[in-house]
Ligand binder design. Structure first.
Ligand code: ZN
Length: 270
């Protein structure tokens, strides 16, 4: 009777059962509504802020949000609010959690050389939000039953705190090969749509791919030189760019603007 109960729950909650999750009008079955996803995102954000040090530089926080909003404006999921934060840490990582929360570590910002490269990572992360990758992964790992019990305010063997912890972890460690490839593909599309030269994706992913295994971290875990998926990801990004009208080659990278911002970052510890 699980299915019956699930259908009932979906009706009661008015949950969208099939939502657009990509630029090609891709559809996915998502059992969690936007408002529930945003609720998870808020819980995760509280955890992130308790665990990590937010960079105390409002200019940087504002700048990251500006670049983020440029991508949001052209993405296929605009009905939720997005939030952006720079975390002060040498980790070479960035991650998105449910509900439109996106985080960048200063470690990766120190590796970036122009705004188009920043936009490439940003668009990849926002693509995870658009495609509901974290919610899909949560459904798979927490179990739909537990999530729905929580959503209905029923007694449950799970808690929002546990869900938040898991969502944060999933965001930081990546969502697996197919979801990463999907976010790469959507990301390159969104960044050029937002007016950034997609060459920024090629150079940024190339730099990350040149990192060796001991620097393996987070969602770039599958982009390091010794990971079997790396060459495939790079080749697919290059193929996406090659298919675009060549007018994209004239799009800006905003190198000077980024270099000015980079001077404000805490220097990376060697
Ligand atoms: Zn990713």
């Amino acid at each position: 009777m699980k299915i019956m109960r699930l259908m009932l729950v979906i009706c009661v909650l008015g949950v969208q059962s099939c939502v657009t999750t990509g630029p090609g009008g891709e559809k996915s079955f998502i059992a969690i509504s936007d408002s529930q996803e945003v609720e998870i995102g808020k819980n995760v954000d509280t955890e992130v802020r308790a665990k990590e040090k937010i960079l105390p530089d409002s200019t940087w926080q504002r700048y990251l949000a500006e670049v983020g909003q440029k991508i949001v404006k052209v993405c296929d999921r605009q009905e939720i609010d997005y939030h952006f934060a720079v975390i002060e840490s040498d980790q070479i990582n960035a991650f998105a959690t449910p509900g439109g929360y996106v985080y960048f570590y200063s470690g990766i910002l120190n590796m970036i050389d122009n705004e188009a490269e920043l936009a490439a990572v940003m668009a990849h992360e926002i693509s995870h939000v658009v495609a509901r990758h974290s919610v899909k992964s949560l459904q798979a790992s927490v179990g739909l039953d537990v999530l729905l019990q929580l959503a209905l305010g029923e007694k449950s063997q799970g808690s929002w705190g546990q869900v938040a912890g898991l969502a944060m972890n999933l965001g930081m460690t990546g969502y697996g090969r197919s979801h990463e490839l999907e976010a790469d593909k959507f990301g390159v599309f969104y960044m050029q749509k937002a007016g950034y030269n997609p060459d920024g994706a090629r150079t940024m992913f190339g730099k990350l791919a040149a990192l060796t295994g001991d620097k393996q971290q987070g969602f770039f875990e599958s982009l390091t030189s010794d990971h079997p998926d790396t060459q495939e990801r790079l080749a697919k990004i290059n193929a996406e760019i090659a298919q675009m009208p060549r007018s994209v080659d004239a799009l800006p990278k905003f190198e000077q603007r980024y270099q000015e911002m980079k001077k404000r970052l805490p220097p990376a510890k060697k």
